[in-house]
Design a protein around this ligand. Structure first.
Ligand code: COA
Length: 184
């Protein structure tokens, strides 16, 4: 099931993507993407409960041509942040939408003084792991059978120096690469 119009342009970078706060009105499309990319998609009530926790959560959507094509969420704790979800409509994979979403939520985490940023990822999800590694995440642990529907293990990946100058440079490099990609 296609959930968005195919972009007319071709190329590595999808122009015209806007990032905004996730709202309830975005959920229809968010849930459609969720159903396409995960064997056990989040329920509407889980998204609603996340959105209701305004102070400790941040959810963004990426919109192209007015339609949601991706989203990402972060949970904030004292001095730490955790990526709760990130997904892009498969019709738009590989065009830097995920990178832009991750860059935006990580920048927010750093602005909120989160020194440690963590996430879980399927051990077989090499594509996502590669993206996280570009953002300086490395594997710090394994959670056995974390994904109960498939009994698959999760890697815990973390950035532990998110407030350092080194990490600021990592983010700056990603920003430069995005700007370069946008210029074509
Ligand atoms: C992971 C995901 C969000 C990436 O979104 P995306 O918009 O396709 O990602 P980008 O185009 O920004 O690519 C980011 C990096 O991911 C990696 N990547 C993307 N597509 C890839 C592919 N086909 N093969 C290998 N690596 C790939 C690359 O490292 C890429 O960086 P590069 O463009 O500099 O090569 C997307 O694949 C997705 O929605 N997957 C399903 C949901 C999911 O697995 N979420 C993560 C749960 S932990």
């Amino acid at each position: 099931m296609a959930v968005a119009h195919q972009p007319e342009q071709r190329g590595p970078y999808l122009d015209g993507v806007e990032l905004t706060r996730m709202r309830r009105r975005h959920l229809r499309r968010v849930l459609a993407i969720e159903a396409r990319v995960y064997p056990r998609p989040w329920s509407p009530s889980l998204f609603l409960s996340e959105l209701a926790q305004r102070h400790s959560r941040s959810y963004l959507v990426a919109r192209y041509d007015g339609e949601v094509v991706g989203y990402a969420g972060m949970m904030f704790m004292a001095g730490e942040a955790h990526v709760t979800n990130i997904a892009v409509d498969p019709d738009f994979h590989g065009r830097k939408v995920g990178t832009r979403l991750l860059y935006a939520i990580i920048t927010e985490a750093v602005a909120r003084a989160s020194g440690i940023i963590s996430l879980e990822v399927r051990v077989t999800n090499h594509k996502a792991q590669e993206m996280y590694e570009k953002f300086g995440f490395s594997v710090t642990g394994t959670r056995k059978g974390y994904y109960i529907e498939t009994n698959e293990d999760a890697f815990v990946m973390e950035v532990r120096d998110a407030l350092s100058n080194d990490y600021r440079r990592t983010l700056q490099t990603i920003r430069n690469e995005l700007e370069e990609a946008a210029r074509g």
